[in-house]
Design a protein around this ligand. Structure first.
Ligand code: G6P
Length: 608
């Protein structure tokens, strides 16, 4: 389960459940559709779990009634399957002696499940996590030692995981295992802890040890040990000090959710890349068969539709029509019929304008499909097929990580349709895929390498009366999105145009030092955009350019140049928007505004 958070604690004295509850609350930013806890009381497990936010579940089950000094806890943000009590963690084995909490995705769980069912195990939940409980149970039939059984079991598991496992017959121990999903040990005087995020135990100890991939650790109230999963050898690693203030707690160490979410993009992109394949193929098939394809969204989600229309055209030779949701029925309502498809894009899945289009299109027997970030949202009920972005909850009102993840999903769809329409060869398909796989890493380096420069630009822009954003081709959408971020949270009047349009009006507003931000990657529009830069420059505009790091010519004509890595043109909207998100964020902060709570705006607009 991606974007869930786990917390485990082994105390020398006292009940663990109140401490687990406080930790879970601090981890609530990572998910809040179900929560659960398991403790070891004497020789048996006690478990409480339920659906809803932690406070709601607590009210219903009273977590603090759990006895025992050793326990594990979990909060979940559903991506596969609806939140339910059965699917909430902790998940147990057949005997009820082993309990597991998990953050991550077990990729080979179907194979493992079949095998375990053949061996007589009975599965209760629909989670991938449950295989871990049964695997450990299976190993314990031969291997009497809990830690060794976990070491053996985990070798069979493929995918990503941060796991905490307890076993009532060895009541002092908690086994922790890590691959790809984060996991930290907290080393205290009166007990030891482990969590997806050290904020969970920051008030109990300031010493932590980050676990590395393929490591298994054991904590008890009195000691901790770390093993290599591959060799079984013990690893020695000293704890380091935690550098987090209590105020930063809920934001995972960041001053604002927005900044945290901007920096989460390497992870959210990784998860978008691993989206549910069968649904992706099914949506591609329906788009391929339709006579007309519309892409519909509001705000940021509309911008992803706009960029996507270039992707479908370039990679699949497929014409798609991007439309703003609130205009759709007036503009195209009368054209809908059973041969028409609509791909609706909505982070929240609750935007009223988008839902209205969905209901309308259903009445016309058109095919309604959706991309959303919220698995149980209304749009999923109105759509014939939908894809869940798996970007994790986005709390900042300005959409950031969900935008880039929408773009990546469109890209995967475009490639799939391109293959069907024989517009790209198998070879090209693989080549694109290899490039897509490198996106999370490139995004990470862009965020790191441009942040300082962006802060300097924010300092220059913070008192501007008007900012222009210009881009061409697919990055017209990037210009629009950069402008929207600036408007939404820094409240600086801003305009965005396709650069070719600038001479048809906007250029009249250029005066000495008017800031103009150009999105100018090294693609087919690079030559023409250089011409547009010269037009603005000769009228005194301040040229701020995002371009290829080795583009000397662009660098020379720009007043400020933000260096970007070379990349495939179709990927540039995902990468070039990153510094623009940071720019809006830092400009807002410098203007003394709270980027997480922009005036007049709501995360999800549920009225027309
Ligand atoms: C609101 C938010 C925007 C968002 C838009 C669409 O206006 O403030 O940030 O892009 O809704 O939201 P959706 O959930 O449908 O993507």
């Amino acid at each position: 389960m991606f974007m869930c958070r786990i917390f485990a604690a082994a105390l020398a004295e006292g009940k663990v459940s109140p401490i687990l509850k406080i930790g879970l609350k601090r981890l609530e930013y990572g998910g809040y559709d179900s929560a659960g806890m398991a403790t070891i009381n004497g020789d048996h497990l006690e478990i409480k779990k339920g659906v809803g936010k932690i406070d709601e579940v607590d009210k219903a089950v009273n977590f603090e009634s759990l006895e025992g000094n050793v326990g594990i806890a979990h909060n979940r943000w559903a991506t596969h399957g609806y939140p339910s009590v059965t699917n909430a963690h902790p998940i147990v084995d057949c005997t009820g002696n082993i309990a597991v909490v998990h953050n991550g995705v077990i990729e080979n769980f179907l194979e493992l499940k079949e095998d375990l069912i053949e061996k007589g195990h009975v599965f209760k939940s629909r989670t991938d996590t449950e295989v871990v409980a049964h695997l450990v149970e299976e190993e314990l039939k031969e291997e009497k030692d809990f830690v060794n059984a976990c070491l053996k079991a985990i070798k069979k598991v493929e995918g990503s995981y941060a796991l905490a496992i307890i076993y009532s017959k060895e009541p002092d121990k908690i086994v922790l295992v890590k691959k790809e999903s984060p996991l930290y040990l907290g080393i205290g005087k009166d007990g030891n802890f482990a969590s997806s995020d050290p904020v969970a135990f920051v008030d109990k100890t300031n010493l932590m040890i980050p676990l590395e991939d393929y490591e298994l650790a054991v904590i008890t109230p009195y000691y901790y040990k770390i093993y290599s999963i591959n060799t079984g050898n013990i690893i020695t690693r000293k704890p380091t000090e935690i550098n987090i203030t209590p105020q930063m707690i809920e934001k995972g160490g960041f001053p604002h959710y927005m900044l945290k979410e901007i920096f989460e993009q390497p992870t959210s992109l990784y998860y978008a890349m691993n989206i549910q394949k069968p649904y992706l193929e099914a949506i591609a098939e329906l788009m391929y068969r339709s006579k007309i394809n519309f892409l519909v969204g509001a705000g940021t989600s509309y911008h992803s539709c706009l960029a996507a229309s270039y992707m479908y055209s370039k990679l699949a030779g497929l014409a798609t029509i991007p439309v703003v949701a609130s205009e759709f029925i007036h503009q195209y309502g009368n054209t809908l019929d059973p041969d028409t498809s609509l791909l609706l894009v909505s982070q929240s899945g609750e935007t009223a304008d988008v839902l209205k289009v969905a209901s309308f299109a259903r009445m016309k027997a058109s095919t309604v499909m959706a991309i959303t970030n919220v698995v149980s949202s209304t749009i999923t009920r109105l759509s014939r097929l939908y894809l869940v972005q798996q970007a994790g909850p986005e709390i900042g009102v300005a959409a950031t990580k969900t935008y880039t993840s929408q773009l990546l999903i469109h890209l995967l769809l475009a490639l799939e349709i391109g293959k069907k329409r024989e517009k790209i060869s198998e070879e090209e398909f693989k080549d694109y895929f290899a490039k897509i796989r490198s996106i999370p890493k490139i995004a990470e380096s862009i965020l790191k390498n441009t942040e300082q420069k962006v802060k300097e630009v924010a300092e220059i822009l913070k008192d501007s009366s008007h900012i222009f954003y210009l881009g061409r081709g697919i990055n017209t959408a990037t210009a629009f999105e950069g402008r929207l971020k600036m408007l939404e949270i820094a409240y600086i009047p801003s305009s965005a145009f396709s650069a070719g349009e600038s001479k048809h009006g906007p250029i009249a507003l250029i005066e000495k030092n008017t800031p103009v931000i150009f999105v100018a990657p090294n693609d087919s529009s690079r030559r023409v955009i250089l011409g547009n830069i010269m037009e603005i420059k000769s009228r005194g505009g301040k040229i701020i350019t995002l371009g290829n790091s080795d583009d000397k010519e662009l660098k020379e004509v720009s007043d400020i140049y933000i260096e970007m890595p070379e990349s495939e043109d179709i990927l540039t909207p995902i990468l070039y928007v990153l510094p623009l998100q940071l720019l809006a964020y830092y400009t807002a902060v410098l203007r003394g505004l709270d980027p997480d709570k922009p005036r007049n705006l709501a995360k999800s607009v549920t009225v027309e």
